[in-house]
Design a protein around this ligand. Structure first.
Ligand SMILES: Nc1ncnc2c1ncn2[C@@H]1O[C@H](COP(=O)(O)OP(=O)(O)O)[C@@H](O)[C@H]1O
Ligand SMILES: [Mg+2]
Length: 810
């Protein structure tokens, strides 16, 4: 819409009574004054102020809009040619010299000619006649539509007063309505308003404004829609906020409110203090954030809380250990344990290497030996020697990987695995961690715990051990893992490969006596609140206790029996009998009841029959004696084996049987015998599966004893594997077997010749005291030793047997 400075001829002029008038012209920016409208105008320009000031009685002026609002001193060319005749109603003088003027529009005028430019403009103007259409239905429809649109816009606008609707409704004349609407619509630009002003044809003016209104309404509706969407979102968050606030209020009433807040605060502090690595901290803060948004009543609350509890309580950086002082460590080990010199040396070597190279990725120590020989308590001593915490976890019967490594948190009642639980108990990240009974780890459908154990034990991996529950890594590399086992062949190979096996043997009676005096009595007296002068054990009583109340490689039940006696004395003291208790064998019998174990008489008794021979066996609980019993019955030459045996043992029995049959003549056995009789070998329960073959010599001896009707010598035991040709092969578990024989009161032991070196290395000379060891390389040697060779020997054996049985226990 370009409006040029037009030739006045283009505009219809009125020739009414007013004619042309010469009037002051007030240029205005950014607004258009319409006829019938009242407009407040701020007048600041010097020229305009003078104009207003010059007005006398006649307050009529012409208001004309500037084409460009930014022009400060507009010239005629800068003004639109059409303006509005106006009456100035009120002039308010502002403090800054400007004026505030209310002007009421009267009618459209055409500025025909400027007659003065300074100090303000004056011009000749002529009234513009409006082109009034015939009032027809189309005009009326347009008019109504405009009114309708306008009312909608006013209703939907937050800034337009509702009065505008009422006013508009009361305007009947269409041209005036348009002027009013155009004047009231703030969204209409000055140009558009001017365009409306310059449109004399009422009908086209109606159309123009109708279009504007339609567009305006659309824009407004769109804006409202956006607005309400934003509002919806705002309201939703507000709603949640209010609900939460209400919940807090309710919880406060119930005395719960501050729980969450306090929890969260406390956790925040604990997280800071826990020293957890960044990665873990991030996870912890994430969970804490979750917690802060939960109700303590929510099911998840305690789950999340538990988890956080675990995270903050773990000793991420807390260590207990100081530098290893080898001489102090030696002192501590000696303080706690009798002898075990070899074992202690190896432990000290191990610790020395660790001291020189703390990052050593060395093997895991494994204490291997029968129960009660001090494996666990050595672990405790090592911890004490290193100034570290000690934790112990028994792997016996653990089948499930999750027990080691935990369940995922999504499980109900999930917990970290045993490894992490142990670390928590230790309250330090460098404890001595004993994995007891690693040989008893199970493996089944619930998963293989070995993999998890490997991960924990392997120095290559354990700096980032991941527990399923924690789901963050924990550094186990400072932990000193020690394992124990009664048996090596059940330890899964990958685990065993990483271990340095340190073997602990069973004790002799002599060892046990020393341990009793130096450790067990002291410990039990103290533990039961006795003073050393309130109880005394005689030498005889201790031997009696060892021999007849315990039957073990270690000293566990010995210690228990001593404990029982101490407790009884404690009770007597409390009951007022304060005199010192001297423990004799009578006291023992009175307090512990009659003799529990008599291996010597058992041997004497059972070997009273031909066909019974004492073997020696290795078991996970140490060595033991074993009675092999051969029986004959009428039959057709069958050979049967019963009892606790395995395939390997069956084989060695078969070999034994074949050898005896092959040598029947030499042995003076009736050659018909094998076709008229059945033979039956029985191995009693408790005999060990794996160690079967080492009973070979015993089986042959039992068969020969039976078939030649000779009794085996009464205080003899034997072990050795045989070949079909009658050679004796070496066996394992020498020391345990030797000690078992000695415990049983055996005076003569037969070992394979090839085991001589083992015996001499493992058994100390003082332990050999009272026992003759015979080394054999063939079964003939065995038989010569085991069965009496003359009537004199038979008589001597019978006497010896009677003596054992008649003997009061020593
Ligand atoms: N050589 C020893 N010197 C002192 N006490 C010992 C010795 N060997 C074992 N003990 C004690 O015997 C008890 C049982 O030992 P423990 O460590 O439980 O055996 P293990 O773990 O080998 O089955 C403990 O009280 C232990 O101190
Ligand atoms: Mg133990």
């Amino acid at each position: 819409m370009a409006i040029e400075q037009r030739n006045t001829d283009n505009f219809p002029l009125t020739n009414d009574s007013h004619g042309m008038r010469e009037l002051p012209v007030l240029p205005v920016r950014d607004t258009v004054l319409f006829p019938h409208a009242v407009l407040p105008l701020t007048v600041g320009r010097e020229s305009s102020v003078q104009l207003i000031n010059s007005l006398g009685e006649d307050k009529t002026i012409v208001v004309v809009a500037q084409r460009e609002a930014r022009i400060d001193s507009p010239q005629p060319v800068d003004l639109y040619p059409i303006g509005t005749l106006a009456t100035v109603h009120k002039v308010v003088r502002m403090p800054n010299q400007s004026l505030f003027v209310f002007a009421e529009g009267l009618e459209r005028v055409n500025v025909v000619e400027y007659t003065q430019l300074a100090p303000f403009m004056r011009a000749k103007v002529a009234t513009v006649a409006e082109v009034l259409a015939e009032p027809n239905s189309e005009i009326e429809a347009l008019q109504r539509n405009i009114l309708n649109l306008f009312q909608q816009i006013v209703a939907g606008s937050p800034t337009l007063s509702d009065e505008l609707s009422t006013v508009a409704m009361n305007i009947e004349e269409p041209g005036r309505l348009v002027d009013f609407v155009a004047s009231s619509l703030p969204s209409l630009s000055t140009r558009d308003k001017q365009d409306v002003l310059e449109t004399y044809d009422v009908r086209s003016r109606l159309e123009k404004i109708n279009q504007h209104l339609a567009k305006e309404l659309e824009v407004q509706q769109l804006r409202n829609k956006i607005q309400s969407e934003v509002q919806d979102r705002v309201q939703q968050t507000q709603r949640e906020y209010y609900l939460r606030e209400q919940m807090k209020a309710i919880q406060k009433e119930l005395g719960e409110q501050d729980d969450t807040a306090r929890d969260v605060e406390e956790f925040k502090e604990k997280i800071e203090q826990s020293g957890m690595p960044e990665e873990v901290k991030k996870e912890a803060m994430k969970e804490l954030n979750r917690l802060s948004r939960m109700s303590p009543m929510a099911a998840d609350y305690s789950v999340t809380r538990n988890y956080l509890e675990w995270l903050v309580v773990l000793p991420w950086t807390k260590s207990s250990g100081v530098e290893v002082d080898i001489s102090k460590a030696k002192e501590v080990l000696d303080e706690d344990h009798y002898d075990l010199q070899k074992v202690k040396d190896r432990i000290l070597d191990y610790l020395s290497v660790r001291r020189l190279n703390p990052k050593m990725k060395g093997p895991i120590l494994c204490f291997f030996g029968p129960p009660g020989v001090g494996k666990t308590s050595l672990g405790k001593s090592i911890a004490r020697a290193l100034g570290r915490k000690f934790v112990r976890m028994s792997l016996g019967g653990i089948h499930d990987e999750a027990e080691i490594r935990g369940h995922r948190r999504t499980y109900i009642g999930a917990m970290p695995g045993q490894i992490i639980q142990g670390i928590r108990r230790a309250e330090a990240n460098d404890p001595v961690y004993m994995l007891d009974e690693i040989d008893k780890v199970g493996r089944d459908y619930r998963g293989d715990p070995t993999a998890a154990l490997l991960e924990a034990l392997d120095p290559e991996q354990n700096s980032s051990f991941r527990d399923n529950y924690l789901d963050v890594t924990f550094d186990l590399s400072k932990v000193l893992f020690i394992t124990t086992a009664n048996q090596l062949d059940t330890i899964p190979d990958p685990l065993r490969d990483r271990m340095e096996i340190i073997e602990l043997h069973g004790y002799t009676e002599e060892d046990k006596r020393h341990i009793t005096y130096q450790y067990l009595i002291k410990r039990q007296t103290e533990e039961n609140g006795l003073k050393p002068e309130q109880i005394e054990f005689t030498d005889d009583a201790v031997s009696f206790l060892i021999r007849h109340y315990t039957r073990e490689a270690g000293v566990r039940s010995l210690e228990r029996q001593i404990g029982t006696i101490c407790r009884k004395q404690a009770r007597r003291i409390v009951e007022g009998k304060t005199e010192k208790l001297v423990v004799t064998r009578e006291v023992i019998q009175e307090m512990l009841g009659g003799i529990k174990v008599r291996v010597d008489t058992e041997i004497a008794n059972r070997t009273k029959h031909p066909g019974v021979v004492v073997g020696l066996a290795w078991t996970p609980t140490g060595g033991d004696i074993l009675f092999i019993e051969a029986m004959k019955m009428k039959g057709k030459g069958e050979f049967r084996i019963t009892g606790q045996i395995q395939e390997v043992m069956r084989e060695s029995m078969q070999a034994a049987y074949s050898w005896v049959r092959a040598h029947a003549e030499q042995l003076n056995i009736d050659s018909d015998f094998f076709s008229k009789y059945d033979l039956h070998i029985h191995v009693p329960a408790g005999a060990i599966p794996k160690d079967g073959p080492s009973a070979g010599v015993t089986i042959v001896t039992a068969l020969v004893s039976l078939l030649t009707d000779k009794l085996a010598r009464p205080r003899l035991a034997m072990t050795g594997e045989i070949t079909l040709s009658g050679n004796v092969l070496p066996i394992g578990g020498v020391k345990e077997k030797f000690l078992a024989a000695k415990r049983a009161g055996v005076t003569d032991v037969i070992f394979p010749a090839e085991n001589q070196q083992n015996v001499e290395e493992d058994v100390l000379p003082e332990q050999m005291e009272g026992v003759n060891v015979h080394y054999v390389s063939s079964i003939e040697d065995v038989l010569a030793l085991a069965l009496p060779q003359s009537q004199a020997e038979v008589r001597a054996d019978a006497e010896a047997r009677e003596q054992v049985l008649a003997d009061v226990p020593k």
